[in-house]
Ligand binder design. Structure first.
Ligand SMILES: Nc1ncnc2c1ncn2[C@@H]1O[C@H](COP(=O)(O)OP(=O)(O)OP(=O)(O)O)[C@@H](O)[C@H]1O
Ligand SMILES: [Mg+2]
Length: 263
């Protein structure tokens, strides 16, 4: 194959969405992540399960650039971003949601989403200052609908239920057409009905949009991903299809034996 056609292939999306090699992160003497190898294909949906303190959020922080890894490398769609600041990764289509809510309570749902869309687009086209009747507003409405908040579009964030706030956080992460999203426990604290809603929202995302979801609830995880990675004490100790993971004796032992306690 000529070099040129190899370049074209790589530009046309044969690269992995995400590729971590030998990633470790220390906090003093504590190894929060140890020698993590992780590959996620474009459009793939991955669940990361693990006990409290396993290193799941630290893994996200290293992927987003909120923390630099102590060792190892991180590639995003083929590009080495290991030392890139967070905004450079956002520019390349990476988004995240946080385990703890960071919403503006005094804004309406639609205004929150509109500002997120404008923020992302301004980062790309700094000279454009859009008026309100533009395509960004249309995008904001589309995103509000995608997370099933149409009926609450004009509500203030402070009036939303906890579950609705979590749905809004997903809309914010979807602003600017990301290619890859990291969801940090979006189902935590949700009622059974809200969990069903979340599962539908995730499964209805465009096919090309890959993600990693941190999830304690095996029933949710199994329905929103194609592969599962199991973490314990800073390491990924098992990876497989949801049904393989569910049937795995070691995983069952950890879950039933109290190794996975969730507060
Ligand atoms: N900024 C930090 N400074 C020091 N230690 C940290 C920091 N962030 C995380 N840790 C430690 O690293 C380990 C992994 O934490 P992390 O938050 O990644 O776990 P987690 O798998 O997300 O847990 P949980 O299920 O409770 O959210 C824990 O021992 C935690 O105390
Ligand atoms: Mg966490």
């Amino acid at each position: 194959m000529s070099l040129q056609s190899a370049d074209r292939l790589s530009a046309s999306g044969t690269d992995n969405a995400l590729e971590l090699k030998g990633v470790s992160r220390y906090f003093g003497a504590l190894a929060a992540l140890q020698d993590i190898d992780l590959t996620v294909k474009p459009g793939e949906r991955r669940a990361v399960l693990g006990s409290n303190g396993a290193g799941k959020t630290t893994l996200f922080n290293c992927i987003t650039g909120d923390f630099l890894p102590t060792t190892g490398s991180i590639r995003l769609f083929g590009e080495d971003v290991t030392r890139f600041p967070p905004h450079e990764r956002i520019r390349r289509g990476l988004r995240r949601t946080y385990q703890i809510s960071l919403l503006f309570g005094n804004l309406s749902v639609i205004d929150n989403v509109y500002l997120a869309c404008r923020g992302v687009s301004r980062a790309r086209f700094s000279l454009i200052r859009p008026s309100r009747n533009d395509s960004l507003m249309q995008s904001a409405h589309d995103l509000v609908r995608a997370v099933h908040l149409d009926d609450a579009s004009a509500s203030m964030v402070s009036e939303l239920s906890y579950g609705q706030q979590r749905q809004l956080e997903i809309a914010l992460a979807l602003a600017g057409a990301p290619r890859f999203i990291l969801f940090d426990e979006p189902a935590a604290g949700l009622s059974p009905a809200e969990r069903q809603d979340l599962i539908r929202i995730l499964n209805d995302l465009p096919n090309h949009m890959g993600y990693i979801i941190i999830e304690h609830d095996m029933d949710v995880a199994l329905r929103v991903c194609q592969r599962v990675s199991m973490m314990h004490n800073g390491r990924i100790f098992k990876e497989g299809r949801p049904e393989e993971i569910e049937a795995d004796p070691e995983v069952q032992e950890l879950y039933l034996g109290g190794g996975f306690s969730h507060g």
